[in-house]
Design a protein. Structure first.
Length: 755
């Protein structure tokens, strides 16, 4: 058999291949950017859905709210019928455009209501699934990069807006942000829509986006969680999360070095990282968040392949583009017998041994069918003009024959085709329910006690994120062609985004407001206590600006707050402690309760010392409670001890409240002069209040003649659970209940005078 002469010019070297791969990958960057921006709107929508659902719980009970939430988060299953009706290409474009319209409407209404907020949420989830299915066609790393970059953009935006999502905020800047991002989304859609496939491949694995987003909203993408659990300020929490994204992108770029059979270790690492973040506050939690970000990114990078049927083609981001013109082990033949200058080359991938069923040389050779022992997807057996090629030997330049290298790719088996609509329906169902079951039960457990620690739910979410990649890696080829450009390609145009976003926390650090000037006299201070209902008002809206304005109106020197939200989804994911501290110019003492992202705060424009926080007895539950204590230094040199707590709320749990009050008084009553204030969930005349009386403490509200005024709920006040008590060496005057609807409780304000 004559040898095949191959002109040198038809076989580009590694440098040319790398250049080709890099430019092709950069051309696919808009598709990854589209996924990133859709991710931003999707996770913002998930946080925005929390307050309306909590409002339903307040009006109709937790069981009703849970049912409504399940029904709402079932809606993403409709992406299946949508794909069946329009096809994947048009369905993706329609979902993205609908998301843009709903997001603009959400910004236009005074408060994102139940319908607007939840519609934006479910459409965002559906669009995320559809766009993911298009992006994964350029490679699994492109998909993972898009999701991770979307998280980085979301963290930076929230940091710039002080953790208060733009969807809730009035004013020019939130509108400008919304219009710019919506316009960017439309431009990216116009740029990429022509590349959409009319029918996507296997998409069921995108169901795991639900539990991944639950982990993101609760832990891995929450600056409030990092700040509260790690003891950092909000800007530094943002720095840590963006650094974690940089590490995750580096891991995505190196994921080929991780054999699929070791993915179970990555799954265990993610599980351990989530557990450490939840149970080990301080530095261990910070390290755990970084490790969790990297592990989750690696699992996402392997996710699209997890359920791909055996025999489906394996595609890679950079390697596929870079090796389109040069593949090791490829057969290169001239298509015609003209001169070398007019020679075109045809390149075939040699991914497996030629089967006996393949003809050796006819030009009308047929394709090897799946299951026949050929390569995935089949490979055409072509022949040159007047020649033939053997299935086992290949010609080499200069004459002679050499054995064709055998591939490590296993023989394929028949592919069972599934209706694309069913795959999309399963993905949408998993995305919706996977999120709401983790987050809803996690939050509802404080009103409907679970038979286990609610922190097990994020751990279950971590298991769900890991399982598809861990169990499904054998369904694809475990080896992928190495990219000639390991450090560039698709990652290069976008990997620098998180580094650029670091400018946001830097600006926040440089623009820290000046401290507030105290109005206290030598022997008196103005004090306010307020249960903030995690920052959600009567209209189910998140409005920390209204809270700050109400507090400013009382000119306080000391503020004690209960139900302070630091990342809870039902509170919109805001960090109220950091937001109010920055807005009011007051440092704060944080006393974590519940899961650590909910608790009590003492703020003061006066110096604070002898700070102490700790747990209260759990008793009958269902929520872990805490207290905070600090001594504020008055201008005259005197000290005033201030204590706050939020006691158990279930009416029948008198014994638990008794134990909590005993602990609270044990830490505070002996530090006269002292003020003990907070939401004690106890009414006048109850035995719990008698304990304060017996300890020699006096009620500010009763002693100033306001005993008949009620403080909760603000729409129709029926109860008086909020109290300010003082020792016998302090007196109260100028007491008032401030009628503000920024929470479901009215704040109490009074002037405390020593002596």
């Amino acid at each position: 058999m004559p040898a095949m002469d191959v002109p040198a010019s038809t076989s580009p070297g590694p440098a040319a291949a790398a250049e080709s791969g890099g430019s092709a990958a950069a051309g696919r960057a808009p598709l990854v950017a589209l996924l990133a921006v859709v991710t931003v709107f999707a996770v913002e929508g998930l946080r925005t859905s929390g307050p309306p659902l909590d409002h339903v719980a307040g009006a109709g009970g937790v069981a009703v709210a849970a049912l409504v939430a399940l029904l709402v988060y079932l809606i993403p299953v409709l992406v299946g019928p949508l794909v069946g009706w329009l096809g994947a290409r048009r369905a993706t474009s329609a979902a993205v455009l609908l998301l843009v319209g709903l997001r603009l409407l959400e910004q236009a209404v005074p408060t994102p209501g139940f319908g607007t907020a939840l519609a934006t949420t479910v459409v965002g989830l559906g669009a995320l699934v559809l766009v993911s299915a298009q992006v994964v066609r350029i490679g699994r790393r492109g998909f993972a990069l898009g999701i991770v970059l979307g998280g980085a953009l979301d963290v930076a935006v929230r940091s710039a807006f002080g953790s208060w999502d733009p969807a809730w905020r009035p004013g020019l800047l939130p509108w400008l942000y919304t219009v710019v991002v919506c316009a960017l989304l439309v431009v990216l859609l116009a740029r990429t829509a022509r590349t959409f496939a009319p029918a996507a491949g296997e998409v069921r694995s995108f169901a795991v986006l639900g539990p991944y987003l639950a982990l993101y909203v609760l832990i891995l993408g929450s600056p409030a969680f990092v700040a509260s659990q790690g003891g950092l300020g909000a800007p530094w929490a943002t720095v840590l999360l963006l650094f974690g994204v940089l590490l995750a992108i580096e891991a995505i770029g190196r994921d080929r070095r991780l054999p699929g059979r070791y993915l179970w270790i990555v799954g265990l690492v993610l599980l351990g990282a989530v557990a450490a973040a939840l149970y080990l506050p301080g530095v261990p939690a910070l390290i755990a968040v970084l490790v969790g970000q990297v592990a989750a990114a690696l699992l996402l990078a392997r996710l699209p392949a997890a359920y791909r049927p055996v025999g489906a083609p394996v595609e890679d981001d950079d390697a596929r583009a870079a090796t389109e013109t040069h593949r090791p082990g490829s057969t290169v033949r001239p298509a015609s017998t003209g001169s070398a200058a007019r020679t075109s080359v045809r390149i075939e991938r040699s991914t497996g041994p030629r089967t006996e069923a393949e003809p050796d040389g006819s030009s009308g050779g047929r394709r090897a069918e799946p299951g026949s022992g050929g390569s995935p997807g089949g490979r055409r057996a072509d022949s040159g003009s007047g020649g033939s090629s053997s299935g086992r030997r290949v010609g080499v330049p200069g004459g002679g024959m050499r054995p064709r290298p055998r591939s490590s790719v296993p023989p394929t088996s028949p592919v069972r085709r599934r209706t694309p609509a069913l795959g999309f329906a399963a993905a949408g169902l998993g995305a919706g329910l996977g999120f709401v079951l983790v987050v809803l039960l996690y939050q509802a457990s404080y009103d409907l006690p679970l038979p286990f620690d609610n922190r097990f739910l994020p751990l279950a979410g971590a298991v769900l994120v890991a399982l598809p990649a861990v169990l499904g890696y054998r369904s694809t080829v475990d080896t992928e062609p190495a990219s000639p450009d390991r450090r560039g390609g698709l990652l290069a145009p976008l990997a620098g985004v998180p580094a650029v976003l670091l400018i946001v926390p830097v600006v926040l650090l440089l623009t820290t407001p000046a401290p507030a000037h105290p109005s206290a006299t030598a022997d008196s201070v103005r004090l306010v206590t307020w249960n903030l209902h995690y920052g959600v008002n009567d209209d189910a809206a998140v409005d920390p600006a209204a809270i700050a304005a109400t507090l400013r109106s009382q000119h306080p020197d000391v503020i004690v707050l209960q139900e302070v939200n630091r990342g809870w989804p039902i509170g919109g994911g805001t960090d109220l402690a950091e937001w109010l501290s920055r807005a009011l110019g007051m440092p704060y003492v944080w006393s974590p309760a519940a899961d650590g992202q909910f608790g009590n705060v003492i703020m003061s424009s006066l110096p604070m010392s002898q700070v102490r926080t700790g747990p209260l007895p759990y008793g009958q539950g269902p929520q872990r409670r805490s207290y905070a204590r600090a001594t504020v230094q008055l201008p005259g040199g005197h000290g005033l001890t201030v204590c706050t707590a939020h006691l158990q709320n279930i009416t029948e749990h008198h014994a638990t409240r008794d134990a909590e009050i005993d602990t609270l008084l044990g830490h505070c009553a002996g530090h006269a002069p002292v003020v003990v204030a907070g939401d004690f969930n106890s009414m006048p005349g109850w035995p719990e209040i008698a304990k304060f009386d017996r300890a020699g403490l006096v009620s500010a509200q009763d002693s100033t003649g306001h005993a008949g005024e009620l403080t909760s709920p603000t729409d129709t006040p029926k109860y008086r659970p909020d109290w300010i008590f003082g020792s016998d060496d302090v007196s109260f005057n100028d007491f008032r209940i401030v009628h503000s609807t920024a929470s479901d409780h009215f704040p109490l304000a009074t002037t405390v005078r020593l002596g």
